[in-house]
Design a protein around this ligand. Sequence first.
Ligand code: GLU
Length: 315
Amino acid sequence: MEQLLAQVLAAIEPHRGEGKVADYIPALACADPGKFGIAVAGADGVVHGAGDCDEPFSIQSISKVFTLALALTRVGADLWQRVGREPSGSAFNSIVQLERESGKPRNPLINAGAIATTDALIGDGDGDSAIAGLLAFLRAQAQDDRIAVDEHVAASEAATGSRNRSLAWFMKTYGIIDNEVETALDAYFRQCAIAMSCRQLARAGLFLAFDGRDPVTGEEAIVWHNARRINSVMLLCGHYDNSGEFAYRVGLPGKSGVGGGILAIAPGRGAIAVWSPGLNEFGTSAVGARALEQFVERTGWSVFAGLANPTAGAT
Ligand code: GLU
């Protein structure tokens, strides 16, 4: 695996620095587009990494996968009353679809759906407890207590998050948000501002590749059917209006964040995290997606791979 990651690193080298760093959240604008990291956690729990795989970055929307996992555990299938599970075909922060569809977001991985999901996770508790629970979950899965919220990034997004505020207030008028709008938003901004390295993220996502259980300890993180459902939502909705392209090119459930990270899940095999801050026009890491494509081409870990061709090499 170390060798394979070195090959992936070499393959992306000519593209290093491609894409545009997100600057609509001022604290993210200073990220270095030349950074690139990749880490893979396998069934034995060992995490292999290459490049800047130990450097923490802002996980942003990748956090939506973990709040979805916790919210489904907390409220069960009732979550689908207020959030759908269909691809949106729209930008991550689009508002038009919400009006056409009575304030119900298409899925939990677009901003509106994620804010509604975080609101469900808070329930009748408070935002601080929800974030503390999320951090405890991530630390336990990653087996690393250093994972924390970058308060500078959270404050930066809170100060500039007018679009997310609009989405939340709009949903409030339809009764999709139960808590005070600012309570839901504050928790949402803080979950997006969690900083993790590729190594931590790959280890934290491993339960999704093994039916909700940690493959090493056997401990259940979430119930198996929720793990499968989250993977399906990631495959169809994890990259906003670029989800089809990602599924076509990479062939794995994945979730991108505007910090430049992507978490990809290879069911039964492992979890892969990549990071490179330059984004394509849809908000997905340009070099990160390229690296995952290279990784899957070399490993054959696509969910669409047939038994006749398990180790790929396809073009
Ligand atoms: N915090 C970002 C926002 O709400 C998340 C977007 C993303 O990572 O795709 O705009």
